[in-house]
Design a protein around this ligand. Structure first.
Ligand code: DQQ
Length: 580
C-alpha cells in the first residue's frame, strides 16, 4: 500500500514537472533495454537525499550544466548491472534545484565505430547562441580512446532529451606521445582571447601523466598543442581534468573562459593510481598554453584534495543562474560487489558543493549548496553546553539516519593543545587510523559519533584534535570508520587531514550530512571535507543514534548546535531508465 502511494506520488511529480514544460513523457525508445526495476524492499543503505540512479551502477558525474532554467546531470552508467560494465552509457537527469530530480532516457549510448565499446566521461560547454555541446570519450572498435562531439537534437526541448553525434566523429584521436588506451575525459572548453576554443584531455605515456591541450575555431576541427598543458612524473594517467578560474576576492563563481587579474586558476586531476582528486592553484600562462601550479605535486598527504575520504572523478560547472561554481563528485561503495548486486545499485554523487577560493589564496573552500536546506524539517538546537573530557551527549528527537547537523565548538586556549614536533612529517590519515577517536588528547578528539548504535558498538567518529607546533596551530580532522559496522567484510579505511588554523581561533565548526550510508563532513567552514561510506548492522533507520563527544582532557563548549531531519528528495522518472 505504502509502495503504491509512493509510486503514485512519483508519477504525479513526474507529470507535474513535465507539464511545466508542456512536454509529453517519452517512451522506452533507446536500444539498450535495462533489466526490470529490482531494488530489494529492504534498503537501509539507499540514500534519501543524495543523487542515485533508480537502479544499477553509476560512476563519474558528466557534463553538469545549467541551461535555460534547468540543471542537467549526466553520469557514467551501466544500465544492465550494479557493477562497472563492458558497455557504459551516459544516463541523464534534470532538476530545477539540484536536489529533486527527474530521471530521463539514456542520452548517449554506443552507436558508431568511434564509441561502439562505451561512452566514457566528458563535459559540456555552452557555445555562442546558447548552444550546448558535449565532448566525450568514445571507446572505439579497436578499443582505443577517442574524443567525440554531440549536440542536442532539439534546442526547444527544455530537458535536452536527445543528443546527436557529429558526423565528423571522432574529433580527436590519440596524438603522438599518448597511449591509445589512455587518452580520455575532455574538460569543459574555454574561449581564448584570440577567439579560439581550448579544451584539455587526460592522458598517459608510461609513468608520465599529462593533460593535452587542443584548440579549435569551430568546435569540430581540433589541433593538438605539441607541449602538454600540465604533466607529472610517476603518476600514471590523469583522469577527468577540470580547469576553471576562481575569483581572488569573492565567493562568487566565474565563467570558465574568464582570464584576467581578478582570477586565479585551478586544475583538478583525478589520479587513477591514487584514486583521489587533487587540485592545484596556479597560473594559466595563456601565451604558452600551459598551467604552472603554485606548488608541485608531491604524491604525499601534503597535496591538496577536494575531499580526504571517498570521492573521485569530480566535475565542476559555472551556475550562471546564481553566480556560483558547483562541484559534483562520485562516491563509490565500501561494501563488496556481491553486496552491490544484492542491493541492485552502486555509486552515489555527493551533495553538490559551492566552491570558492579561501581568503588566504592557498586553498579552496566548499559548502553544500543552499538548496539542500529546503529539505530540513524537524529541528533540534543546543546552545552553551559544556562537554567535559570523556563525555557524550545524545542528539535525539529527530531522524538521525538522514540529518544535517551543524555544530560550533568553543575551544579552550590553543596553547593547551598537544605538541606536534614536526607537522611536515605527519601523515594525517595514518595518525587518525593509528589511534581510534576514543584516545584522549588535550584539545580533542571531539566531534560527532554518527550512525551509532545505542551501545556504541557501532559508530563513525568525525573528530577534530588541536595541535600546537612551533609558530603555528593545526587541526587534525578524522573520519574513523574502524567501528562503523559490526561487519568485517567492508572497506573501513579511516580518513584524515590536517590543516593550519588561525592562532586566534576561538571556535571551530563541523557540518555533517548523514544519509543512511554516507557521511559528508565539512570542517572549519568548508576548509577540509571528508566523505565516508558506512554500512552499520545495528545503527540503521530508527535504531541509529547521534552523539556529540569529547575525549580530550580539556572541556569544549557546544556554543551552538542545530540538527535537522532531512526530508526525502523527490525523484521522478521518465523514459526507459526505469521501464521494463
Ligand atoms: N571513468 C570513466 C573514464 C574515466 C574514469 C569510465 C574515471 O572516462 O577516466 O567510466 O572514473
Amino acid at each position: 500500500m505504502k509502495n503504491f502511494a509512493v509510486q503514485l506520488l512519483l508519477l504525479l511529480i513526474s507529470f507535474l514537472l513535465n507539464s511545466r514544460n508542456g512536454i509529453e513523457a517519452s517512451t522506452c525508445s533507446n536500444s539498450i533495454d535495462p533489466i526490470k526495476y529490482r531494488i530489494p524492499k529492504e534498503q537501509p543503505y539507499r540514500t534519501s537525499y543524495h543523487f542515485q540512479p533508480p537502479q544499477n551502477w553509476m560512476n563519474d558525474p558528466n557534463a553538469p550544466m545549467y541551461y535555460k532554467g534547468v540543471y542537467h546531470l549526466f553520469y557514467q552508467h551501466n544500465p544492465l548491472a550494479a557493477t562497472f560494465g563492458d558497455i557504459i552509457v551516459w544516463a541523464h537527469s534534470v532538476s530545477y534545484d539540484l536536489i529533486n530530480w527527474i530521471h530521463l532516457n539514456i542520452a548517449l549510448e554506443p552507436s558508431g565505430p568511434y564509441d561502439i565499446n562505451s561512452c566514457w566521461s566528458g563535459s559540456a560547454t555552452i557555445l555562442p547562441g546558447e548552444k550546448p555541446a558535449i565532448l566525450y570519450t568514445g571507446i572505439d572498435h579497436y578499443k582505443n580512446e577517442v574524443q567525440n562531439l554531440a549536440i542536442p537534437k532539439n534546442l526547444t526541448d527544455a530537458f535536452l532529451r536527445e543528443w546527436e553525434k557529429h558526423p565528423q566523429n571522432p574529433v580527436m584521436t590519440p596524438p603522438t606521445g599518448v597511449e591509445e588506451d589512455n587518452f580520455r575525459d575532455p574538460s569543459t572548453a574555454w574561449h581564448g582571447k584570440d577567439g579560439k576554443w581550448r579544451v584539455i584531455v587526460g592522458a598517459q605515456n608510461g609513468d608520465e601523466g599529462k593533460t593535452i591541450l587542443y584548440q579549435s575555431e569551430d568546435f569540430v576541427n581540433w589541433t593538438v598543442n605539441p607541449n602538454p598543458f600540465f604533466a607529472t612524473d610517476n603518476t600514471g594517467v590523469c583522469e577527468c581534468p577540470d580547469f576553471f578560474p576562481v575569483y581572488i576576492n569573492s565567493t562568487n563563481g566565474v565563467d570558465t573562459s574568464v582570464d584576467n587579474s581578478s582570477v586565479r586558476h585551478v586544475l583538478k586531476i583525478s589520479y587513477l593510481r591514487k584514486q583521489h582528486d587533487y587540485y592545484f592553484l596556479g597560473k594559466y600562462v595563456s601565451d604558452k598554453e600551459n598551467f604552472v601550479p603554485d606548488v608541485e605535486f608531491t604524491g604525499t598527504s601534503k597535496d591538496l584534495r577536494f575531499d580526504y575520504g571517498k570521492f573521485y572523478a569530480s566535475k565542476s560547472f559555472f551556475d550562471y543562474a546564481k553566480n556560483r561554481r558547483i562541484l559534483w563528485g562520485w562516491v563509490n561503495e565500501s561494501d563488496s560487489t556481491q553486496d552491490d548486486i544484492e542491493k541492485g545499485w552502486a555509486g552515489l554523487q555527493t551533495i553538490p558543493r559551492k566552491v570558492w577560493l579561501d581568503k588566504s589564496g592557498k586553498r579552496l573552500m566548499q559548502w553544500p549548496i543552499e538548496e539542500i536546506e529546503n529539505l530540513r524539517h524537524k529541528q533540534i538546537s543546543i546552545t552553551g553546553e559544556k562537554l567535559e573530557g570523556g563525555s557524550t551527549l545524545e542528539i535525539s528527537g529527530i531522524n538521525v539516519s538522514q540529518v544535517d547537523v551543524e555544530v560550533l565548538f568553543e575551544l579552550p586556549e590553543l596553547e593547551s593543545g598537544d605538541w606536534l614536533e614536526d607537522p611536515s612529517e605527519v601523515d594525517p590519515q595514518l595518525l587518525c587510523s593509528k589511534q581510534h577517536a576514543s584516545r584522549s588528547g588535550k584539545i580533542g578528539p571531539f566531534g560527532l559519533l554518527a550512525l551509532a548504535s545505542k551501545d556504541l558498538t557501532e559508530e563513525t567518529a568525525v573528530s577534530f584534535q588541536i595541535f600546537r607546533a612551533s609558530n603555528r596551530y593545526l587541526c587534525l580532522m578524522c573520519s574513523d570508520q574502524s567501528r562503523s559496522s559490526l561487519r568485517n567484510d567492508l572497506d573501513k579505511t579511516t580518513y584524515g587531514t590536517i590543516f593550519d588554523i588561525d592562532p586566534n581561533l576561538k571556535t571551530i565548526s563541523l557540518r555533517t550530512l548523514i544519509d543512511k550510508s554516507i557521511i559528508e563532513s565539512f570542517g572549519d567552514g568548508g576548509k577540509a571535507v571528508i566523505t565516508s561510506r558506512v554500512y552499520p548492522l545495528l545503527a540503521i533507520e530508527k535504531d541509529a543514534h547521534l552523539y556529540v563527544f569529547n575525549n580530550g582532557s580539556q572541556s569544549v563548549v557546544i556554543s551552538k548546535l542545530n540538527a535537522w531531519s532531512m526530508k526525502q528528495a523527490e525523484i521522478g522518472h521518465e523514459g526507459n531508465i526505469n521501464c521494463a
